[in-house]
Structures are given as structure tokens and as C-alpha cells.
Design a protein around this ligand. Structure first.
Ligand code: SAH
Ligand code: SF4
Ligand code: F3S
Length: 436
């Protein structure tokens, strides 16, 4: 009888895509996806270690699964992802009901691990990165495509270089082959994935890769994440010149204080970063810019924090992910003294988010009465009866259900802007989209 798998996924897009690769691999090995954990024969936790909160969420869900295992003796439980890589055997001490663990660079071993059926095996060999997979994707329209694995940057707060290993770029030929296949199957958009896509290096560099990908002929191409240090003028030119490249960039600043940026080992100062923002806006009209900020890095003073607020006011991001600094074992910043108290971090985060909310809304309001092109993704999750899609600038737009289906590119007149989405009506005007 066919077996079924349920995957809990935490963390970044890379992890979400890794889960798609696991599903692809398992479906080639006779598994189907289970609707709920209770129906599954195999449960995989694809974990994230970026902040303590992400880890805690995983451990509490793992704890809850214990009762299922008691009821169903042959249920197999596996832990994958960045916590598996970081904790290794310690996962078993904390959760003896786990059968085996494997790291983010060992997804390809999964069918073997299942066949072997060995209890408490640990497979976290970093040498296997860069294998090719046929992912089974959650969407029929938009797809993630890995272009590189790992990270060499060692930002002092970050665990990723320890869990994902050193940077390895995937050859352009296999990236392009995967994207050609996606196009043939009707996909309209790809997002190229890597921790620092700007430092992609194989037979070509990142701008070379963008040109190759653009030649496949998809409607939309995106990429995440860019490191500000490695965003060069020629790369910005490539974004400006290639029509399929969407007018959105995620360019994490982390802090507005040069002192903190140095302590974070980010490799740029605020003035460098600000110049790049001006260059992007000048060469790519209408580009939306989003960012990540960490508040409460060890030693962050009120002045440092105010510099971050000033930076946000000056840059005016379209959207922001902001986090309280979370101490990660094994990183450089772990042993720094001068930790910022939790209450101070919370106050700083809340004030920053409030400021950003005002700016996000202002940015969205500028879309009212303009015409945009959206790629329809399906039903709106928050507004039943309506459809949703994204603009090229990555804004979520909802429209009335007029029978458009997933994958349609439609022109929409924006009637109302909200904080998290725009509301529009379908327009048949042949006018060019006036906003991205
Ligand atoms: N490679 C990407 C992002 C990786 S993690 C980049 O360099 O931008 C996503 C975000 O999590 C980071 O941008 C950072 O803002 C945040 N982050 C990473 N480590 C963190 C930590 N220890 N505490 C709080 N936030 C952290
Ligand atoms: Fe972490 Fe820095 Fe690498 Fe991003 S660039 S994954 S923040 S070490
Ligand atoms: Fe988390 Fe690992 Fe991604 S730590 S953010 S799942 S690279």
C-alpha cells in the first residue's frame, strides 16, 4: 500500500523549497502527501535555527507528536533542516521518539535512510551539497529554483554558515534546464534562491546567470537574497535591462549604525548602502525595496538604534522584516558581553515596526488609482470570494472572482490600499501598466 508523508516546514524560502524537494523525492519512492500528521506514516520536521523562537516552535510541535507515536508504533519521525545540522545527536536526548536525522545538505539520502530503517542515525555530511532533485512544487505558476547553497559571509550573529556550509554554486546549465522545463510545464515566474545570490560564481557570475535565465522567456524572474556589499552597478544594469526581472529587491540593511554594522561583520557602512538604494531607484524606476533589521545586537546603544530609525525614515522601504537579536551558539556574537535586555529589545522592535507601518501604508497608498499587472495565484486567504495575486513589485492584490485562474496575468485598477494588500478591479483598458 502507498505510504504517506507529512512535513512541518519552518524558516526561509530555502527550507520551503527543500521540503518541495523532499516531497518530489518521496513521491518517486511511493509516498503521497498526507493531509494531516495523524494520517501520515512518515513525519518530517524540516527545521530552522535562525532564532531561538523558530527552534522552540519546532520542539513544541515535536513534543506534541509523541502521543501519535505511542498510538501508532510504526510511525517514522525524522528531523531535517538547520536544527538537525546544529544539534546532531542532541536531538535524540531531547526527543527519544525521533527515528533519524539528516542535514540540509543530505536530502538525497532520504529514500536510503527510510529503507535502512536504522534507529537514531545521523546524516549530516556536508560534502553532498549540490545534488539535483525534481521538486514537487506547491504552486503551478511560481517556482523556486536553487542557484547556490551555503554561505561564506559569517555575519557575527548568524548560524546559517554553520548549518548550510560553504557556498557552492550550481552550474548554469542545470539551472537553465530546470527553468526551461518549468516553462514547458506552464510556469510563469521563478525566484532564484541563495543566501547571497550576488556572489554566485560558476561558469559565469550572477549577472551572466540572469541573462541566461532571462533568455528562457518566462514572464517574471525574481531572486533572493542580495547582500548589499556585493550589489554592483553592472548587476543593477542587468536588472534594469532585462524586462522579465521584476521591480523588487530584498536588500537587508540589518542596522543603520556603522559601529553595529562593523560588529556584525557586514562589510559595508550606511553611506555605501544608501548610495546603492539611490542607484537602484534611479536605474530601475518603480522598484520596491524591502529589508531586514535586527534590533538589540549586543552593545546596541540608544544612539545606534536611533540611527537605524533615521535610516528607515530616509530610505522609505516598501516593507520590512524586523527581529530581536537572538543569541546563537557557535556564532561570533554569542560570547559578546553587553547583551541588550529583552524589554529594551521589545520596546525598540515595537517602535520600529510602528514607524515602518506608517511608511508601508504610505507606499501602498501611492498605488491607488494606478493600473498594475498581477499574476493570479488563486483564492485570497484572508478575503474569501476574492482572488489574489502579486504585482511585479511583489505587492499582494485582491480582485473580485471573475473567473480568472491561477497563472493568468491580468491588468488591475487599484481602488484601495491597505497595510498588507491592495484591493483592485480587473480592467480591460489596453493602457500600459502605470505602476509595477
Ligand atoms: N542570507 C540572508 C538572510 C538570512 S536569515 C541575508 O544575508 O540577508 C534572514 C534574516 O534573519 C537576516 O537577514 C537577519 O535579519 C535575521 N537574523 C539572522 N540571524 C539572526 C539572529 N541571530 N537574531 C535575530 N535575527 C537574525
Ligand atoms: Fe547569515 Fe550573513 Fe550569510 Fe545572510 S549573509 S545567511 S545573514 S551569514
Ligand atoms: Fe532557518 Fe536554516 Fe533558513 S536557519 S532561515 S532554515 S537557512
Amino acid at each position: 500500500m502507498e505510504k504517506s508523508v507529512y512535513i512541518y516546514t519552518y524558516g526561509c524560502q530555502m527550507n520551503v523549497h527543500d521540503s518541495e524537494k523532499m516531497i518530489g523525492l518521496l513521491s518517486e519512492n511511493g509516498y503521497k502527501e498526507a493531509g494531516t500528521p495523524a494520517e501520515a506514516d512518515l513525519i518530517i520536521f524540516n527545521t530552522c535555527a535562525i532564532r531561538e523562537k523558530a527552534e522552540q516552535k519546532f520542539y513544541s510541535q515535536l513534543g506534541r507528536i509523541k502521543t501519535l507515536k505511542k498510538k501508532k508504533k510504526d510511525l517514522v519521525i525524522a528531523v531535517a533542516g538547520c536544527v538537525a545540522q546544529e544539534m546532531q545527536k542532541k536531538v535524540f536526548t531531547r526527543a527519544p521518539h525521533v527515528d533519524f536525522i539528516f542535514g540540509p545538505q543530505n536530502i538525497g539520502l532520504l529514500p536510503d535512510l527510510l529503507k535502512r530503517g536504522q534507529k537514531m542515525s545521523v546524516d549530516i555530511n556536508p560534502a553532498l551539497a549540490g545534488e539535483e532533485f525534481t521538486a514537487e512544487r506547491g504552486s503551478r505558476t511560481r517556482a523556486w529554483v536553487s542557484i547556490m547553497y551555503g554561505c561564506n559571509n559569517f555575519c557575527s550573529y548568524c548560524i546559517v554558515p554553520y548549518t548550510r556550509g560553504r557556498e557552492v554554486s550550481r552550474p548554469p546549465s542545470s539551472i537553465v534546464a530546470e527553468i526551461r522545463d518549468l516553462k514547458a510545464r506552464g510556469y510563469r515566474e521563478v525566484t532564484l534562491l541563495g543566501q547571497n545570490v550576488n556572489s554566485y560564481r560558476s561558469d559565469t557570475d550572477f549577472k551572466g546567470l540572469l541573462r541566461l535565465v532571462a533568455s528562457v522567456g518566462l514572464d517574471r524572474v525574481r531572486f533572493v537574497t542580495s547582500h548589499p556589499r556585493d550589489l554592483t552597478a553592472d548587476l543593477v544594469d542587468a536588472i534594469a535591462e532585462l524586462p522579465c526581472l521584476c521591480e523588487h529587491i530584498h536588500l537587508p540593511l540589518q542596522s543603520g549604525s556603522d559601529r553595529i554594522l562593523r560588529a556584525m561583520n557586514r562589510g559595508y557602512d550606511y553611506a555605501d548602502y544608501r548610495k546603492k538604494i539611490d542607484m537602484l531607484r534611479e536605474r530601475v524606476p518603480g522598484i520596491a525595496i524591502t529589508s531586514d533589521i535586527i534590533v538589540g545586537f549586543p552593545g546596541e546603544s540608544d544612539e545606534d538604534y536611533l540611527e537605524t530609525l533615521h535610516a528607515l525614515e530616509s530610505i522609505q522601504y516598501d516593507g520590512l522584516f524586523a527581529f530581536k537579536y537572538s543569541k546563537r551558539r557557535g556564532t561570533k556574537a554569542y560570547s559578546l558581553e553587553d547583551q541588550v535586555p529583552e524589554i529594551v529589545k521589545t520596546t525598540r522592535l515595537n517602535r520600529l515596526l510602528k514607524l515602518q507601518d506608517e511608511m508601508t501604508l504610505k507606499k501602498n497608498l501611492a498605488y491607488e488609482n494606478g493600473i498594475v499587472e498581477i499574476l493570479v495565484e488563486g483564492r485570497s486567504e484572508t478575503d474569501e470570494g476574492r482572488l489574489c495575486g502579486r504585482t511585479r513589485s511583489n505587492k499582494i492584490v485582491t480582485i473580485q472572482d471573475n473567473g480568472d485562474t491561477e497563472g493568468d496575468l491580468v491588468k488591475v485598477l487599484i481602488m484601495k490600499a491597505r497595510m498588507h494588500s491592495l484591493e483592485g478591479i480587473r480592467t480591460d483598458k489596453q493602457a500600459q501598466a502605470t505602476r509595477f
